[in-house]
Design a protein. Structure first.
Length: 266
């Protein structure tokens, strides 16, 4: 299990629920370092002061808020922590909403909530009522010296906290849809048939990161000194097609994807 990254007290009416936050997912990407192509040595990122003409140590760093072009307001880490400290240990529930009302693009980071000591009963009650009502509780939380809007909802028997982007951080899709066309009923019927034909359980574990696996494969080959050849891939611009004909051809393709097998008890 992951180590708790923070502890917070959820306030819902007169109910207090102290919980620990655990990251609900992790970064599985393949990470690279910048390497000098001439001598093949890894590069270091240095913080350089142009006034003092030297590298700056991490202990010498402050945060600067740009007030104007030539005016920066400075804060030390201690000052920022003091500002956040009063509110950082509490998450006050301000309202309860329908989960469907939260825009999909607002979701940011996910945290499992673990009940702290003596909070198991209140935690179980909250998880149960949110499951039955299918609602989300909305409040604000401070994490890493930044205030976030947060949603708490039922998840797999417990509670999941999701930080949300603020409204002014979301782009609108409407400017991108100006050239949409009206869809003929015949095309909609065939497209619906194609969707129904491909429908099956999600089965998250059946999807694999093939790009990551290929990169690790090449890493292993390079480590053994094998020569790697790179094939150039060209992406051609799409051509205007007969949509009805494309849909019919799609429906004629044999369905090779099989639904995951479920274990049966003997």
């Amino acid at each position: 299990m992951t180590r708790a990254m923070s502890t917070v007290n959820i306030r819902f009416g007169m109910i207090n629920i102290p919980v620990k936050l655990h990251k609900a997912n992790k970064d599985g990407d393949v990470h690279f370092k910048n390497v000098h192509a001439v001598c093949h040595s890894p590069l270091k990122q240095k913080k350089w002061c142009e006034v003092c003409n030297r590298e700056v140590l991490s202990t010498e760093l402050n945060k600067g808020f740009v007030l104007a072009k030539d005016k920066i307001i400075e804060f030390s880490e201690i000052e920022l922590e003091a500002i956040a400290m009063a509110e950082s240990k509490h998450l006050i529930i301000e309202k309860v909403v329908e989960i469907s009302e939260i825009p999909s693009t607002a979701y940011d980071s996910f945290y499992y909530l673990q009940p702290d000591k003596y909070a198991e009963h209140a935690y179980s009650l909250m998880a149960k009522v949110l499951m039955v009502k299918n609602k989300a509780m909305i409040g604000k939380i401070i994490l890493r010296s930044k205030e976030h809007l947060a949603a708490i909802q039922f998840c797999n028997g417990g509670l999941l906290l999701t930080t949300l982007h603020w409204h002014d951080e979301l782009y609108s899709i409407y400017p991108l849809l100006e050239k949409l066309e009206t869809i003929p009923d015949e095309e909609l019927i065939l497209a619906s048939m194609l969707v129904d034909r491909m429908q099956m359980p999600f089965a998250h574990e059946s999807f694999k990161d093939t790009y990551r696996n290929k990169v690790l494969e090449v890493v292993e080959k390079k480590a053994k000194g094998e020569l790697i050849t790179v094939t150039e891939v060209r992406v051609e611009a799409p051509k205007q097609t007969d949509m009805m004909a494309e849909l019919r051809r799609s429906l004629e393709i044999p369905c090779t994807v099989q639904a995951p097998q479920t274990a049966t008890k003997a």
